[in-house]
Design a protein around this ligand. Structure first.
Ligand SMILES: [Zn+2]
Length: 348
């Protein structure tokens, strides 16, 4: 074993010195629409079998870009085009890079469906500019970037498509909310991961008149109230809550409503926007009060007893075999006992 020690320390040191910080998030933007379910994020999901397909033939000013949250040192970039049948392959046009995300310069040209470059400098974005000679819709199979720090690829690709918006002035709000939901999809799916489960890849979001709740989810659709979001434009978190319901995809009828909502608000208020959870009344708070109060209770169990408790709860509710025994299995205590114990901590 001793002979391994130098090797082990080498292995441990190497990634630390080469990583250069946390992975940087990126967004796939396109001036063109999406063909069916071949969503934009497929261009950057690390999977060569999926591709983003544009809904129309690119014109002279159309582009598909990958915009990073902050500049990264791009050592190399390769863009592979063409779907599984070869359709959408790009043999004209250029690959461009930008240090500020606004002005672009050419890095390489496309040939045989491929463009490759080694910029060796800090970039904020890259884009594919097919130009006026593109012959049909474009398919971007994969953008491969070697950078420092690394970029975060889409492990859970999704596109939140804005459908009907009853108030035209609210379309911009809806588009922004859709982007926030796309951006948080990795967080939601990681929090609710379970073996063999694959969440929706396309979610439709509408804002309608005459909805008597802020928002609700049904299957892969989210519907929000025009009036609610006109009056509460900061409440994007409500859409994160609904996106969580889409990902939960609980079919079982035996799932307690307070836990279904508690898990959705756990994702929203413990993970997504903890700064907005607000206060609670320790005298009246009950573990099964649902929504953000239950979210706090679940967080308590996760922290004190079992950091996989919410994962286990989610897995059981998704399978439809939820039972109160889950609390006992993870903590040795009943949910009522845990509820009292948790409430006592609030009064301190
Ligand atoms: Zn809900």
């Amino acid at each position: 074993m001793h002979r391994l020690a130098p090797l082990l320390s080498w292995i441990i040191i190497l990634p630390a010195s080469a990583s250069g910080g946390d992975p940087v998030a990126a967004v796939v933007d396109s001036t063109l629409g999406t063909a069916g379910d071949r969503i934009r994020q497929y261009a950057f999901d690390g999977d060569d079998a999926t591709s983003y397909a544009t809904s129309a033939t690119p014109g002279e000013n159309d582009s598909v870009s990958l915009v990073f949250d902050e500049p990264v040192l791009v050592k190399s970039v390769e863009v592979r085009t063409g779907g599984p049948d070869g359709a959408g392959r790009l043999d004209v046009g250029s690959l461009e890079g930008s240090s500020d995300g606004k002005s672009f310069e050419r890095l390489a040209g496309f040939g045989d469906g491929l463009a490759k470059a080694e910029p060796g400098r800090a970039l904020r974005a890259i884009r594919v500019l097919p130009g006026k000679d593109a012959k049909g819709p474009l398919a971007v199979r994969e953008i491969v970037v070697d950078s420092e720090p690394a970029l975060k690829r889409f492990a859970y690709p999704v596109e939140v498509v804005v459908d009907e918006v009853d108030a035209p002035a609210m379309r911009g709000w809806a588009e922004n909310a859709a982007k926030a939901c796309e951006r948080s999809y990795g967080l939601i799916n990681e929090a609710l991961r379970s073996d063999g489960f694959r969440a929706a890849r396309v979610i439709r979001l509408s804002l309608k008149d005459g909805i008597d709740v802020p928002a609700f989810a049904s299957g892969n659709r989210i519907t929000g109230s025009v009036k609610w979001f006109q009056d509460h434009p900061d409440d994007v978190g409500a859409m994160i809550h609904e996106t969580t319901h889409v990902v939960q995809r609980y079919r079982g009828r035996g799932n307690p409503g307070w836990l279904v909502e508690g898990v959705a608000d756990y994702v929203r208020f413990i993970l997504y926007e903890p700064q907005n959870i607000g206060g609670l009344n320790p005298r009246t708070a009950r573990y099964d009060q649902s929504y953000r109060v239950t979210a706090r209770f679940l967080d308590y169990i996760n922290r004190k007893y079992d950091k996989e408790f919410v994962l286990k709860l989610n897995r059981a509710m998704r399978r439809g075999d939820y039972s109160d025994d889950l609390f006992k299995e993870s903590t040795g205590k009943s949910k009522a006992e845990l509820g009292e114990e948790w409430r006592a901590t609030l009064q301190k």
